[in-house]
Each structure stands twice: as C-alpha cells, then as structure tokens.
Write a protein that binds this ligand. Structure first.
Ligand code: URA
Length: 310
C-alpha cells in the first residue's frame, strides 16, 4: 500500500470516527456500510474507484461463448435444474396431453374451481393478497412451465421504498421469495445501511418467475407480468422506487439507455421518483461499484430524510 494511500485511509478513519454514520473501515479498505465479504464468500480487495462508465454489465466475450451472468446468488446449474426451454423442440405430443376429462363416468373428475381470466381481470379494486393468489399458478408466459414457484414479492404495504429487481434466481425460485440468496444478503445489508429493515420496505421483480439458465427475461414475459407489478406499485404507494440493475431500470423507464447513464440522477415512474442503481448481484462481482451504489442510496435517504444506520 502506498504511503499516500495509507495517509488517506488514516485521515478518512479519523474523519469517519467523528462524522461517519453507519460507515466502517474494516481491514482498512471498507468504505461502505455494506462492504466486506458475505458469510462464506472469498474476500476480494475492493478498489476505491467506481466501475468505469460503460463497463457496466458489458462482457467482452463473443456472444456465442458467453455464459449467462448469474442472477442473484445463482449457483451453477445442478442436475435438478430444469433444462433451458428449447423453443424449437416440440414440448409434447398430443397423445401425451392430459385433457382433464375422461369418457368413463366412473373416473370423471370434480370440475376445477373457476379461475379468474387473468388477461382480462379488472385490477381496479384487487387487493395484494388476491393478486398473489390469482397469479400463483399463472401460465401467462412460457416461464410458467419451468418455474418451481412464482416469486410474487413481499414487504410492507404501504411502504416508503419499493426495490424492484429483474427476476428470480435459483434460490428465489426454490423458496418463492424475492432476493433470498447471496445478492439478497447484500441487499439486506444495503437496506440496513439506510437505517431500515426488510419488513419496512417492499421488494419485487419485473418478472415473477425464474428465467431458465438465468437468461434475461424476454419482452413477452415482462409484458405478461407488468400488470401485476403496476398494481403492486399502486398498492404499495412508495415515495421512491429503487430499480436494481439495468433491466429493471430500462423497463420501468421505457428506455434503452445504459445503466451507467441512468444512475446518479432522479427519474420518475408515473409520478413516483425513481432512482436506478446497480443490481446487488453485479456488486458482488464488482465490489468497486459499491461506492457508487452507496452514493445512490444516500440520494434516496436524503429524499426520504432517513438518517441511516448509526
Ligand atoms: N435477482 C433479482 O433480480 N431478483 C431476485 O429476486 C433475486 C435475484
């Protein structure tokens, strides 16, 4: 470590011990309340620099060899993981299809309870719990056939902040809850650093079912889920939306601008102020960007008069 750097850290430590709120310097490197390895994570030495503009989530590898980036804490696929959806392959033959009725009266089944026609449902007065239960078995897009659990979203209703990610990863699919893996643990730390707890805010995703192999959600899948998210936002009535990652920001702001251009200033979703920041999964892979993410969260804290974690 250079002398200049040591002097700078020393000065920072002194300053922070007098002024810092929720900011710790662990190992002499940590500048952010949510810095430092998560349990079981190999510590990396974060740089003080932010990610270079334009470097965000852009791989230099040729697209053909590029693996999908992990979403959340996604473990490498296991044998139990469903195979990626193959659009070119027939998904079944007619004689394997169960049409749900039989000509044998002895075997005829109870009629299924009528399910709401989700595509034409009037959302005006629908409650959060009805929304959750109507969509639990949704087959409105192809993700319905590969997911284990629909990940509806959770938290306080109403809530001052609505964090919106991209879509569930493996752990979330398993548990049916948003942000419960490694990325979720980091998100918890970020929320705590703001002086809040998970049950004081609301967390959801653009798509409610896991895209197989952690690929990006496709347009039809996002469109199919959008009415649910819109109603969730109406019910949560957040003072601020924090979008997590490029896809969430681009969808909510209907733009193709890069995340590095979108973050750092306020936008609106309808009339609700929206701040775009990095996805916690990106921060796990690029700890240097945590500094910029913390600056984003401090903008939110300022907007909501939150003191942060002392
Ligand atoms: N990543 C997301 O975008 N959402 C989750 O719920 C988990 C990981």
């Amino acid at each position: 470590m250079s002398d200049d750097y040591t002097t700078l850290l020393g000065a920072l430590k002194t300053w922070l011990s007098h002024h810092g709120r929720g900011v710790t310097l662990v190992h002499g490197f940590d500048l952010f309340p949510f810095e430092g390895p998560l349990p079981g994570e190999v510590p990396t030495e974060p740089s003080l620099e932010t990610a270079a503009p334009g470097s965000v989530e852009v791989s230099q590898e040729p697209a053909a060899t590029r693996k999908p980036p992990p979403r959340g804490d996604d473990e490498p696929p296991t044998d139990n993981d469903p195979p990626p959806y193959n659009y070119d392959e027939p998904q079944g033959f007619e004689d394997e299809v169960d049409f749900g009725f039989t000509t044998d009266p002895a075997q005829s089944r109870e009629p299924e309870p009528a399910r709401p026609d989700l595509a034409h449902l009037d959302m005006t007065n629908i409650t959060m719990e009805d929304l959750r239960s109507f969509w639990k078995e949704c087959l409105g897009c192809k993700l319905g056939s590969t997911r284990k659990n629909m990940v509806f979203g959770e938290g306080a209703v109403p809530a001052r902040i609505f964090f919106i990610g991209e879509g569930p990863g493996a752990q979330e699919d398993e548990q049916g809850r948003p942000f419960v893996g490694k990325a979720g643990q980091l998100l918890d730390r970020m929320i705590e650093a703001m002086g809040l707890t998970r049950d004081q805010i609301y967390i959801g995703n653009i798509v409610k079912c896991r895209p197989p192999g952690n690929r990006d959600p496709e347009t039809d899948e996002m469109l199919s889920c959008m009415p649910v998210l819109e109603r969730q936002i109406e019910l949560v009535r957040p003072e601020v939306i924090v979008s997590l990652g490029r896809i969430s920001a681009q969808v909510l702001l209907s733009t193709t601008r890069s995340l590095s251009k979108l973050r750092g200033s306020w936008h609106t979703y309808g009339t609700i102020p929206l701040l775009a920041t990095y996805h916690p999964a990106y921060l796990l892979r690029n700890p240097a960007a945590k500094k910029a993410a913390w600056e984003d969260l401090q903008m939110v804290m300022k907007q909501l008069n939150l003191a942060g974690n002392t």
